[in-house]
Design a binder for this molecule. Structure first.
Ligand SMILES: [Mg+2]
Ligand SMILES: [Zn+2]
Length: 236
């Protein structure tokens, strides 16, 4: 019998990065919800979270009677949203080092695509929920839901598993919120801020605290070196 050849990734380091509040300065989805719905949507989210459910449940509720067109949304995104000013430099760093960088978002395609293009970063792949406009109405599609999770609109853990499948040697995760809780337990190096950092501390998950991508850029090489050294110690 022929031995199956081990499929090796051309990218040994995978960097999975949250969008809202991480690659983007602010939570763009929350900003859009505030702008077009007022603040009452937060009660819907909190009621769902209190039941132990997450975005797979509340996303369709939030966009059920969505009042804005695609064009109106793009205008508000242009006026109010921006990427972390250091994120483009981090993307360049990953490119130069040959690391696979990918956005994993439980937000919406409309602003991720628009903002990445605005900063000439449209080559960065991403997964997210989709806001589909049809016959003057909007609806949510979540093509990356996972059966094993069932809670997230886009369960980001699946992209960590995809990295493992591609034989990545190191999976780095960067995030700040609830939707980042599923993937961090399976990642090798974690950069965390906001509620994700609190979650990591509560669950004894080692994480590097950061404020913005100037911190990530400064701390990334050492974190990676330390991880690779720990691998060679285990292997010897
Ligand atoms: Mg976030
Ligand atoms: Zn999940």
């Amino acid at each position: 019998m022929r031995r199956k050849r081990r499929r090796k990734s051309d990218k040994m380091v995978w960097v999975l990065c949250d969008f809202d509040g991480t690659a983007a300065l602010q939570d763009v989805q929350n900003m859009l919800l505030d702008h077009f719905l007022g603040t009452s949507w937060r009660d819907v989210v909190n009621a769902v979270l209190a039941q132990g459910r997450k975005s797979a449940t509340y996303m369709p509720l939030l966009y059920k009677d969505w009042p804005a067109s695609r064009e109106e949304m793009i205008q508000v995104i242009d006026e109010k949203a921006a990427l972390d000013p250091h994120f483009p430099r981090f993307a360049q760093y990953c490119l130069e080092k040959g690391y696979h960088l990918e956005i994993v978002s439980d937000g919406l395609d409309i602003y991720i695509e628009h903002l990445l293009a605005k900063y000439n970063l449209e080559d960065i792949p991403y997964t997210s929920n989709r806001l589909v406009f049809e016959e003057g109405r909007a609806r949510i599609e979540s093509p990356f839901r996972s059966q094993s999770c069932g809670l997230c609109g886009n369960c980001k853990k699946q992209r960590v598993l995809a990295a493992r499948e591609a034989q990545a040697q190191c999976v780095v995760y960067i995030g700040d919120g609830i939707s980042d809780e599923c993937p961090v337990g399976y990642s090798d190096i974690i950069f965390a801020k906001g509620s994700l950092l609190a979650y990591c501390r509560e669950n004894n998950i080692e994480a590097v605290p950061f404020r913005d991508f100037s911190d990530v850029l400064a701390l990334f090489p050492e974190a990676l070196t330390r991880w690779l050294q720990s691998l060679s110690i285990q292997g010897s």
